[in-house]
Ligand binder design. Sequence first.
Ligand code: CP
Ligand code: NVA
Length: 302
Amino acid sequence: MQKDFLSLSDWSLEDLEKIFTLTGDLKSRQKAGLQQNLLAGKTLGMLFEKSSTRTRVSFEVGMYQLGGHALFLASGSTQVGRGEPIKDTARCMARYVDGVMIRTYSQDTVEEFAKYSAVPVINGLTDLYHPCQLMADLFTVRERREDYRGLTYCWVGDGNNMANSWINAATVFGFELRVATPAGYEPDAMVKERAAEAGAKIIYTNNPAEAARGAQVLSTDVWASMGQEAEQQERQKIFTGYQINMELVKLAGPECLVMHCLPAHRDEEITDEVMESRHSIIFDQAENRLHVQKAIMATLMG
Ligand code: CP
Ligand code: NVA
């Protein structure tokens, strides 16, 4: 079993399935009001270099529900924000806390942190990956479709951290994935290459309709991610046509599920109509961040 949760590609299908089983158990116990004190007396340090609503709240509440405690550290109010080397911060934090969650820009930062940290490190989003989100997303589909690994998934929009994580998920879980992005906004080349080498069933296209036709799950994300705010207007033009709307949902089929990691820009990458439709499982995805991350923390820190 891995010490850290930095990328889905570090984990085996078997171990990720164990996390899903524990997630289901923790979710039922929470709904039934039962004790889940798997991390009593333990502390999670949460280091944020980017904004967050869901990640911060779900990790902090998750630690509390497991009998532990979480510390919110905005990088600007720590010495990290003043340039203290990651390897020094990592070694000091590991002497106080039992696990660390980091949201930052470069994947190298979380890798470096994990290298020097004696305690488990969890990736709470980088420019490259968002693995906790993917675990929540797949758990949400798994709750509705027993054969979630046999479905065809479709990604429409930017080839960003979420798209890269979908590619890793398709590789580990073995499902078919179709990725539709504008030319020049494809997912990370190294991530694509590794998936291809591992024999993943992934189709890349610039045509959203082609990708969506007959897919059982459609997913998207904002056109400009955190750190790309200056490109927002330009991207709005380039990404026109890469929207999940009712027309695309119809091409997918009457039972298709629609996902978005949130925050969403309604009527840009996804219409308000689709978000509010019976196809949307978006708010269950958001809820499942809590349950799945509790299972990840209990697995790594328990
Ligand atoms: N989906 C997600 O990670 O949301 P936040 O940015 O609000 O944490
Ligand atoms: N791609 C988005 C995801 C937010 C949860 C971003 O990085 O801003």
